[in-house]
Design a protein around this ligand. Structure first.
Ligand SMILES: NC(=O)C1=CN([C@@H]2O[C@H](COP(=O)(O)OP(=O)(O)OC[C@H]3O[C@@H](n4cnc5c(N)ncnc54)[C@H](OP(=O)(O)O)[C@@H]3O)[C@@H](O)[C@H]2O)C=CC1
Ligand SMILES: N[C@@H](CC=O)C(=O)O
Length: 376
């Protein structure tokens, strides 16, 4: 039986769903001759590591107890007495993860899976990667910091996977990398890459209030922890940047033209996420209602679109015909059109659910399994 030891960074909506998927896929993986051994789980404050990283990892009942505790808002340490593991503080966590990567690196190997929403994981990811560990990300931030950091991670292209960073479980990254590897030059990528903004735009057409829609998108697990990351266009810009960097463009977030759906006085420097959701959002209802109505009079709809072409990446609202590929999108679906020499007139189109904990975590799990050949 092939064993894949993992340390999970981040035990929020996506991280917990990943643990549930790992548990529920045990028999499928067993038939494939694979067992995923969760040896560590961290959140923003602490890290739990199994006492026996070499043999067993954490038991499924203990993983379920961790998920239960975290979804109830309790700290990671609360189920500590139910499992055979040790707790490390935030300060000790990086050292412990690196030590685990060093000890498992020479034997079974280790995969560090980043389901956090933090830019701070970049250093530990670079470190474990340099020690030979695999890195799998749902978190876009480590790939959208400095270009040098992206290149350091991407340099180990056989050991890194980040399919869920763009289009959640949709095979967008895989399609782009396959085209690149086959020497088919990509000239343009255009798409609706935000599940949240797709959902917001299509629900606005149904006459609902912007504030209600955003709150619903958050409860459905589509938004980033702070929905302003989506509404500012920043999250979709990160996805655009990851795709542009995959094309070999050495660009940064600052090079991307981004249109925000809210003015700066509602930004994180002026109010908390809770205040924005409770009070700030409703100030935007009327303006967006009018914008949707004006487009509708011309038979058009609004879509938040990312265009990557000619060394430029722009993200913002476009008014599009209702019956266009983007105009027909409903709910949190994404659509991505990739134009290349082989797909010049008729683009390669990828479409489907583009956000949500279930599909995102499924994409992460598929990435882990995709790396199975690197494990003993
Ligand atoms: N939801 C979706 O549809 C998709 C999400 N993603 C990405 O998945 C990631 C996770 O999203 P989601 O689960 O919704 O976010 P949540 O806010 O629900 O969870 C984030 C988790 O990360 C933890 N965390 C924060 N900082 C650190 C750190 N430095 N080290 C380790 N853990 C840390 C948090 O800890 P604590 O519990 O203590 O706050 C929390 O457990 C995000 O990067 C998001 O962009 C990607 C594609 C789609
Ligand atoms: N908040 C994101 C989640 C996936 O990256 C989105 O809405 O698309």
């Amino acid at each position: 039986m092939k064993s894949i030891p993992i340390i999970l960074l981040g035990c929020g909506g996506v991280g917990r769903q990943l643990l549930h998927h790992i548990i529920s896929c045990r028999s499928i993986h067993y038939k494939q001759g694979i067992v995923i051994k969760v040896v560590g789980v961290s959140d923003s404050r602490s890290l739990l590591v199994s006492d026996d990283i070499m043999l067993t990892g954490m038991e499924d009942e203990f993983l379920a107890a961790i998920c239960h505790a975290k979804s109830a808002g309790s700290p990671l340490k609360s189920p500590l007495n139910l499992g055979h593991c040790r707790l490390f503080t935030e300060k000790e966590a990086v050292e412990k993860i690196v030590a685990t990567a060093s000890s498992l690196g020479g034997t079974t190997g280790l995969a560090v899976v980043d389901c956090s929403a933090s830019a701070e994981t970049i250093d530990v990811l670079k470190h474990v990667s340099s020690l030979g560990s695999c890195v799998i990300l749902a978190n876009k931030k480590p790939l959208t910091c400095a270009i040098e950091d992206f290149e350091k991670l991407a340099f180990h292209f056989r050991r890194i996977r980040f399919e869920s960073t763009v289009g959640a479980g949709l095979p967008v990254i895989a399609s782009v990398t396959r085209l690149i590897s086959s020497g088919d030059p990509i000239s343009r990528i255009v798409g609706s890459l935000s599940g949240t903004l797709g959902y917001v735009m299509s629900e606005l057409e149904d006459g609902k209030a912007f504030s209600e829609i955003v709150r619903a998108a958050k409860s459905l697990g589509y938004t980033e922890p702070d929905p302003r990351d989506d509404l500012s266009g920043m999250d979709i810009a990160r996805k655009g940047l990851i795709l542009a960097r995959l094309l070999g463009w050495r660009i940064n977030l600052a090079d991307i033209k981004i249109e925000s759906l809210y003015p700066s006085e509602f930004g994180p420097d002026s109010m908390s996420t809770e205040d924005f959701l409770a009070k700030g959002l409703s100030h935007l209802d009327e303006k967006l209602k009018e914008r949707v109505a004006t487009a509708s009079l011309k038979g058009n709809v609004l879509r938040y679109v990312c265009v990557i072409q000619d060394l430029r990446c722009n993200v913002g609202i476009q008014e599009l015909p209702k019956d266009s590929a983007l105009g027909r999108l409903r709910g949190s679906d994404n659509v991505v059109e990739i134009y290349s020499r082989c797909y010049e007139k008729s683009p390669l189109v990828i479409q489907g659910a583009g956000a949500g904990n279930d599909t995102t975590a499924a994409g992460v799990l598929a990435d882990i399994i995709d790396l199975q050949d690197l494990f003993a």
